[in-house]
Design a protein around this ligand. Sequence first.
Ligand SMILES: *[C@@H]1O[C@H](CO)[C@@H](O)[C@H](O)[C@H]1NC(C)=O
Ligand SMILES: *[C@@H]1O[C@H](CO)[C@@H](O)[C@H](O)[C@H]1NC(C)=O
Length: 122
Amino acid sequence: MANSTTKILTIVSFLVLISQGYSQCSLQDITIVQRQSGVVRNQPKWNVTISNRCICTQTDVKLNCTDFQTILPIPTSILKVEGNVCTLNDGNPVYSNTDISFEYASSKSFPLNPISSQINCS
Ligand SMILES: *[C@@H]1O[C@H](CO)[C@@H](O)[C@H](O)[C@H]1NC(C)=O
Ligand SMILES: *[C@@H]1O[C@H](CO)[C@@H](O)[C@H](O)[C@H]1NC(C)=O
């Protein structure tokens, strides 16, 4: 009895994992939290923390960088600005629940909304 209950639970959790992996992942799972974290040369400094809430890895994550400006340089390996589009983490995998963080300084904050990514559920 206990044994078959365990089996059913195992099957159910497996199915939950599969369905999360294959149907519930989307660009919306890339979340961006920003807060002011200080001042640099009279400009507010913004701390950005980006995480992937999807169980699957996402690669080639692009953010909307329209009009983005910073007086604080950001390593291009973290955020590469190319015109109105930024590439996160050099296009490399953004793993599930692993934060990527950087800071910029500008008179206003920019939304930096995700615009595309590749979802890898394998
Ligand atoms: C990027 O942001 C700008 C300004 O907020 C907006 O006008 C534009 O439609 C956005 N582009 C995409 C691809 O989401
Ligand atoms: C941004 O804030 C988070 C939470 O306080 C912190 O863990 C992270 O190191 C900060 N990022 C940078 C680049 O300082």
